[in-house]
Design a protein around this ligand. Structure first.
Ligand code: SF4
Length: 478
């Protein structure tokens, strides 16, 4: 028995197939074409949304946008690969009507329209809202570090520069001593002359490097910045699993019902401490609800940010991290000291009352200290409480907001597990399936555009899985 045979390349077809026949009703390209067709690209911020009446006609931004959405959905991220796809991929040919823009045109489109991709992402979120894909009750916010186009060798902190300058000084000193010794030698053998030349060259190189590092350090001191990246100036050194790398901090707010991303942004902040209110607040606005619960991990525990959540309609759930010198040394944690708001005092494990005795204001943050020296003096629990003469408890002036949150958490202990299962899906998909562990572009604006495209592709893939293309197309027409 033989094999199923295809047609030879030179076979003439009596009834030529249309390209449309190759794009099935379930093909995501059909959705992309309809979705882009409904957008007002000018309003979103895309350039050349209206054709010019003079000069050579350019590509319609709608065509290039379709190409990008198709590319991110299919994990084709380089502009050269995209240009190749336009000439050989039937789905892309159908989508672009046979147009074949070159790789520069494709790359330039993303570069000149960096500001339009976030509004585009939001348009898709609004469409998902129309399709009733959001629960609109709970969002989980989390961040991940994605590598930038900048190696660690080309990232400098003030400490690193100061260390290198010291090393350069020591080396120059050492080379000069060796050079002096070579000069003082009475007989100048050929080898000694060559060594002296090598040392002179090394000293010149070291001086030049020292000069460069000194200039960078002076620049950092003058600007107030803590670090400088040479390839991508906006990238920052930050903790990345398993070690420190140079990159960006990508934040997402994910709706708990279908694990769709509602809001996303990329920053170069090294930690998540001030990012909850702005991310969850923007998500609440997009979901069109008055209030929404937001759950995050301990890395977001910052009093001022948690207080800001309440002002933007977000009900925060953040577990209190166990940190501080008392915990480090194995003494009673703050949880062992219940606070009485009516009496404004703490009760310690020895059932003694700790009253406020001092205030400390620093950088707009006011801390009140509570203690009871007399009770601590003869206390039998002191070895478990403090190594000093008396134990004190610090309370932030606005800590009532943290107490309210602790009470809420006590009534919903399962909510912290929901955080993990909600945010791990998008981050896992983005890093593994979409292979987006690193950015391809440079600069904060560009990486934001890149991440917006990645997030749209993730959401689109989820929506297709949940509803299917025909249902999505039908819902868009109603
Ligand atoms: S050492 Fe002071 S604060 Fe600690 S348990 Fe004893 S009395 Fe209370």
């Amino acid at each position: 028995m033989g094999y199923i045979e295809g047609l030879p390349g030179d076979q003439m077809l009596l009834l030529p197939a249309s390209v449309d026949d190759y794009v099935s009703a379930e093909n995501p390209a059909r959705f992309i074409a309809t979705f882009v067709g409904e957008l007002d690209l000018g309003e979103l911020g895309f350039g050349r949304a209206r054709p010019k009446s003079t000069a050579r006609p350019g590509y319609d931004p709608a065509d290039l946008l379709k190409l990008y959405l198709y590319a991110y959905l299919n994990r084709v991220l380089s502009s050269r690969c995209l240009a190749a796809e336009a000439g050989r991929n039937l789905e892309v040919m159908w989508l672009l009507g046979g147009l074949q823009p070159d790789f520069r045109t494709i790359a330039d489109f993303r570069r000149v329209n960096v500001g339009a991709f976030k509004p585009l992402f939001r348009s898709f979120v609004l469409l998902c809202r129309r399709l009733d894909l959001f629960g609109r009750e709970l969002v989980a916010v989390d961040g991940t570090r994605l590598k930038a186009v900048n190696s660690r060798r080309r990232n400098f902190t003030r400490q690193k520069l100061a260390r290198w300058i010291t090393i350069a000084d020591e080396r120059i000193e050492e080379y000069l001593t060796r050079l002096d010794r070579a000069d003082q030698a009475e007989t100048k053998a050929e080898g000694a002359i060559a060594r002296a030349a090598v040392l002179t060259a090394k000293i010149a190189r070291m001086r030049e490097r020292r000069l460069r590092h000194s200039a960078m350090l002076a620049e950092l001191m003058a600007s107030g910045e803590s670090q400088k990246s040479l390839t991508d100036p906006d990238a920052r050194g930050m903790a990345m699993h398993p070690k420190v790398g140079v990159g960006y901090n990508a934040q997402i707010a994910v709706d708990a019902r279908n694990k769709l991303i509602v809001e996303q942004q990329v920053t170069n902040a090294g930690n998540d401490l001030a990012l909850l209110a702005q991310t969850a607040g923007a998500a609440r606005e997009l979901l069109g609800v008055e209030r929404i619960a937001a759950v995050v991990d301990k890395g977001y525990y910052k009093g001022e940010d948690i207080a800001a959540c309440e002002t933007v309609g977000v009900i925060p759930y953040v577990a209190r991290p166990e940190r501080g010198p008392a915990i480090d040394q194995g003494y009673f944690g703050k949880d062992a000291f219940p606070y009485d708001a009516a009496q404004d005092c703490y009760t310690c494990p020895a059932r003694q009352r700790l009253d406020p005795f001092s205030r400390l204001e620093k950088g707009g943050h006011c801390t009140i200290r509570y203690g009871n020296r007399q009770a601590c003096r003869d206390c039998t629990l002191k070895p478990q409480c403090t190594s000093g003469t008396a134990r004190t408890i610090n309370r932030w002036e606005g800590e009532a907001v943290l107490d309210r949150m602790a009470d809420r958490l006590a009534t919903r202990p399962d909510i912290l597990d929901r955080r993990r299962e909600t945010v791990e899906h998008p981050f896992g998909s983005i890093k593994q399936w979409m292979n987006q562990g690193a950015f391809l572009t440079r600069g904060l604006a560009s990486v934001n555009a890149e991440f917006s495209l990645t997030s749209i592709a993730y959401n689109l893939r989820r929506a297709i899985t949940i509803l299917g293309i025909p249902a999505m197309l039908q819902a868009m027409q109603t």
